[in-house]
Design a protein around this ligand. Structure first.
Ligand SMILES: Cc1cc2nc3c(=O)[nH]c(=O)nc-3n(C[C@H](O)[C@H](O)[C@H](O)COP(=O)(O)O)c2cc1C
Length: 199
Protein backbone atom coordinates (compact mmCIF):
# COMPACT_ATOMS: atom_id res chain seq x y z
CA UNK A 1 0.00 0.00 0.00
CA UNK A 2 1.48 3.38 -0.90
CA UNK A 3 1.69 6.10 1.72
CA UNK A 4 -1.16 8.15 0.27
CA UNK A 5 -3.50 5.18 0.59
CA UNK A 6 -2.26 4.39 4.10
CA UNK A 7 -3.06 7.92 5.25
CA UNK A 8 -6.51 7.78 3.67
CA UNK A 9 -7.43 4.32 4.95
CA UNK A 10 -6.04 4.49 8.48
CA UNK A 11 -8.76 5.28 10.99
CA UNK A 12 -9.12 5.65 14.74
CA UNK A 13 -10.34 2.17 15.58
CA UNK A 14 -12.87 1.87 18.39
CA UNK A 15 -12.92 -1.90 18.86
CA UNK A 16 -10.51 -4.69 18.03
CA UNK A 17 -11.20 -8.41 17.65
CA UNK A 18 -8.90 -9.41 20.50
CA UNK A 19 -6.60 -11.49 18.28
CA UNK A 20 -2.85 -11.17 18.74
CA UNK A 21 -0.71 -9.62 16.05
CA UNK A 22 2.21 -11.98 15.27
CA UNK A 23 5.33 -10.92 17.15
CA UNK A 24 7.29 -10.56 13.89
CA UNK A 25 4.81 -7.92 12.70
CA UNK A 26 4.89 -6.12 16.04
CA UNK A 27 8.68 -6.01 15.77
CA UNK A 28 8.37 -4.38 12.33
CA UNK A 29 6.12 -1.71 13.79
CA UNK A 30 8.55 -1.07 16.63
CA UNK A 31 11.28 -0.46 14.07
CA UNK A 32 9.05 2.03 12.22
CA UNK A 33 8.50 3.83 15.53
CA UNK A 34 12.18 3.71 16.46
CA UNK A 35 13.09 5.46 13.23
CA UNK A 36 10.94 8.50 14.05
CA UNK A 37 12.50 11.90 13.73
CA UNK A 38 13.16 14.06 16.79
CA UNK A 39 14.65 17.43 17.57
CA UNK A 40 18.48 17.08 17.68
CA UNK A 41 17.81 13.32 17.40
CA UNK A 42 17.46 13.20 21.20
CA UNK A 43 14.60 10.66 20.97
CA UNK A 44 13.06 11.65 24.32
CA UNK A 45 10.55 8.84 24.53
CA UNK A 46 10.03 5.43 26.03
CA UNK A 47 7.29 3.23 24.66
CA UNK A 48 5.88 0.65 27.01
CA UNK A 49 4.48 -2.39 25.18
CA UNK A 50 1.62 -4.18 26.90
CA UNK A 51 0.47 -7.46 25.38
CA UNK A 52 -0.95 -9.12 28.50
CA UNK A 53 -4.62 -9.19 29.46
CA UNK A 54 -4.00 -8.67 33.15
CA UNK A 55 -2.26 -5.31 32.70
CA UNK A 56 -4.75 -4.16 30.06
CA UNK A 57 -7.58 -5.00 32.46
CA UNK A 58 -5.90 -2.93 35.17
CA UNK A 59 -5.43 0.01 32.80
CA UNK A 60 -8.96 -0.04 31.40
CA UNK A 61 -10.63 1.96 34.23
CA UNK A 62 -7.80 4.51 33.98
CA UNK A 63 -8.77 4.94 30.31
CA UNK A 64 -12.48 5.68 30.91
CA UNK A 65 -13.14 2.03 30.04
CA UNK A 66 -12.73 2.81 26.36
CA UNK A 67 -13.14 -0.52 24.57
CA UNK A 68 -9.85 -0.33 22.66
CA UNK A 69 -7.82 -1.04 25.80
CA UNK A 70 -9.18 -4.50 26.57
CA UNK A 71 -9.82 -5.57 22.96
CA UNK A 72 -6.48 -4.62 21.39
CA UNK A 73 -3.64 -7.01 20.69
CA UNK A 74 -0.95 -4.77 22.16
CA UNK A 75 -1.28 -1.48 23.96
CA UNK A 76 1.57 0.92 23.28
CA UNK A 77 1.96 3.58 25.96
CA UNK A 78 3.96 6.45 24.51
CA UNK A 79 5.81 8.13 27.36
CA UNK A 80 7.78 11.36 27.23
CA UNK A 81 11.24 10.83 28.71
CA UNK A 82 12.40 13.79 30.79
CA UNK A 83 15.87 12.23 31.23
CA UNK A 84 17.05 14.42 28.39
CA UNK A 85 20.63 14.82 29.61
CA UNK A 86 21.01 11.02 29.83
CA UNK A 87 19.87 10.73 26.23
CA UNK A 88 22.34 13.41 25.16
CA UNK A 89 25.17 11.47 26.83
CA UNK A 90 24.01 8.27 25.11
CA UNK A 91 23.80 10.05 21.79
CA UNK A 92 27.33 11.38 22.12
CA UNK A 93 28.62 7.83 22.71
CA UNK A 94 26.57 6.55 19.78
CA UNK A 95 27.93 9.25 17.47
CA UNK A 96 31.51 8.39 18.43
CA UNK A 97 30.86 4.66 18.07
CA UNK A 98 29.57 5.40 14.58
CA UNK A 99 32.67 7.25 13.50
CA UNK A 100 32.14 10.87 14.59
CA UNK A 101 35.18 12.80 15.64
CA UNK A 102 34.97 12.82 19.49
CA UNK A 103 35.69 16.55 19.68
CA UNK A 104 33.04 17.39 17.12
CA UNK A 105 30.57 15.07 18.83
CA UNK A 106 31.25 16.82 22.15
CA UNK A 107 30.84 20.24 20.54
CA UNK A 108 27.53 19.24 18.98
CA UNK A 109 26.15 17.57 22.09
CA UNK A 110 27.26 20.52 24.24
CA UNK A 111 24.94 22.64 22.14
CA UNK A 112 22.15 20.23 23.12
CA UNK A 113 23.24 20.43 26.78
CA UNK A 114 22.93 24.22 26.67
CA UNK A 115 19.50 23.86 25.08
CA UNK A 116 18.45 21.40 27.79
CA UNK A 117 19.74 23.61 30.62
CA UNK A 118 17.65 26.51 29.32
CA UNK A 119 14.40 24.61 29.87
CA UNK A 120 12.31 24.51 33.01
CA UNK A 121 11.00 21.10 34.04
CA UNK A 122 7.62 22.05 32.60
CA UNK A 123 9.10 23.11 29.26
CA UNK A 124 11.19 19.97 29.11
CA UNK A 125 8.11 17.83 29.52
CA UNK A 126 6.19 19.77 26.88
CA UNK A 127 9.16 19.52 24.51
CA UNK A 128 9.59 15.78 25.08
CA UNK A 129 5.86 15.25 24.61
CA UNK A 130 5.92 17.07 21.28
CA UNK A 131 8.66 14.71 20.07
CA UNK A 132 6.68 11.72 21.33
CA UNK A 133 3.77 12.62 19.06
CA UNK A 134 6.06 12.31 16.03
CA UNK A 135 6.75 8.71 17.05
CA UNK A 136 3.00 8.25 17.49
CA UNK A 137 2.48 9.40 13.88
CA UNK A 138 4.86 6.69 12.73
CA UNK A 139 2.92 4.15 14.82
CA UNK A 140 -0.54 4.86 13.45
CA UNK A 141 0.51 4.99 9.81
CA UNK A 142 3.02 2.19 10.29
CA UNK A 143 0.32 -0.09 11.72
CA UNK A 144 -1.83 0.45 8.64
CA UNK A 145 1.14 -0.21 6.35
CA UNK A 146 1.60 -3.57 8.06
CA UNK A 147 -2.07 -4.51 7.68
CA UNK A 148 -3.50 -3.81 11.12
CA UNK A 149 -5.31 -1.01 12.89
CA UNK A 150 -4.69 1.45 15.68
CA UNK A 151 -6.13 4.35 17.61
CA UNK A 152 -4.28 7.39 18.96
CA UNK A 153 -5.70 8.04 22.43
CA UNK A 154 -5.35 10.81 24.96
CA UNK A 155 -8.40 9.76 26.93
CA UNK A 156 -6.63 8.27 29.93
CA UNK A 157 -5.28 9.26 33.33
CA UNK A 158 -1.53 9.69 32.97
CA UNK A 159 -0.84 9.62 36.73
CA UNK A 160 -2.85 6.44 37.17
CA UNK A 161 -0.98 4.81 34.29
CA UNK A 162 2.38 5.80 35.78
CA UNK A 163 1.35 4.22 39.06
CA UNK A 164 -0.01 0.98 37.58
CA UNK A 165 3.03 0.61 35.31
CA UNK A 166 5.40 1.56 38.10
CA UNK A 167 7.14 4.24 36.04
CA UNK A 168 9.70 6.66 37.43
CA UNK A 169 8.66 10.31 37.64
CA UNK A 170 10.73 11.22 34.57
CA UNK A 171 8.78 8.85 32.34
CA UNK A 172 5.42 10.47 31.64
CA UNK A 173 2.62 8.56 29.89
CA UNK A 174 1.55 10.96 27.16
CA UNK A 175 -0.52 9.22 24.52
CA UNK A 176 -1.71 5.66 23.87
CA UNK A 177 -1.73 3.59 20.73
CA UNK A 178 -3.63 0.32 20.97
CA UNK A 179 -3.01 -1.87 17.93
CA UNK A 180 -4.89 -4.89 16.60
CA UNK A 181 -7.45 -5.92 14.03
CA UNK A 182 -10.40 -3.55 14.00
CA UNK A 183 -13.97 -4.82 14.06
CA UNK A 184 -15.63 -1.46 13.46
CA UNK A 185 -15.98 0.29 10.12
CA UNK A 186 -14.09 3.49 9.37
CA UNK A 187 -16.32 6.53 9.24
CA UNK A 188 -16.06 8.85 6.22
CA UNK A 189 -13.14 11.21 6.74
CA UNK A 190 -14.23 14.67 7.88
CA UNK A 191 -11.52 17.16 7.14
CA UNK A 192 -11.55 20.92 6.69
CA UNK A 193 -11.21 22.02 3.05
CA UNK A 194 -7.69 22.74 1.89
CA UNK A 195 -8.48 26.46 1.40
CA UNK A 196 -9.01 26.66 5.17
CA UNK A 197 -5.99 24.59 6.09
CA UNK A 198 -3.30 25.99 3.83
CA UNK A 199 -2.56 29.70 3.44
C1 LIG B 1 -3.93 12.93 20.09
C2 LIG B 1 -5.20 12.17 19.83
C3 LIG B 1 -5.96 11.74 20.89
C4 LIG B 1 -7.12 10.98 20.65
N1 LIG B 1 -7.79 10.41 21.72
C5 LIG B 1 -8.79 9.53 21.47
C6 LIG B 1 -9.38 8.80 22.52
O1 LIG B 1 -9.04 8.92 23.68
N2 LIG B 1 -10.36 7.91 22.19
C7 LIG B 1 -10.77 7.71 20.90
O2 LIG B 1 -11.66 6.87 20.68
N3 LIG B 1 -10.22 8.39 19.88
C8 LIG B 1 -9.24 9.29 20.13
N4 LIG B 1 -8.64 9.96 19.09
C9 LIG B 1 -9.09 9.70 17.71
C10 LIG B 1 -9.70 10.93 17.01
O3 LIG B 1 -10.98 11.17 17.50
C11 LIG B 1 -9.69 10.66 15.51
O4 LIG B 1 -8.34 10.51 15.09
C12 LIG B 1 -10.34 11.79 14.72
O5 LIG B 1 -11.72 11.82 14.98
C13 LIG B 1 -10.14 11.62 13.22
O6 LIG B 1 -10.58 10.35 12.80
P1 LIG B 1 -9.65 9.33 12.01
O7 LIG B 1 -8.38 9.18 12.83
O8 LIG B 1 -10.43 8.04 11.99
O9 LIG B 1 -9.39 9.89 10.67
C14 LIG B 1 -7.53 10.74 19.32
C15 LIG B 1 -6.74 11.23 18.26
C16 LIG B 1 -5.59 11.92 18.51
C17 LIG B 1 -4.73 12.35 17.34
Amino acid sequence: MNFEKIVQERYATKTFDGKSIPQSEVEKLLEIIRYASSSFNIQPWIIKIIPDKETKDKLSPASFDQPQIKSCSHLLVFCANKNVSENIDKLEKLMIANGSDPEKAREYTNMMRDFEKGMTDEKKLAWAQRQTYIALGNAINGAKSLGFDSCPMEGFDSDAYAKILNLSSNIVPTVLCPIGYGTDKPKPKLRFPKEEVFM
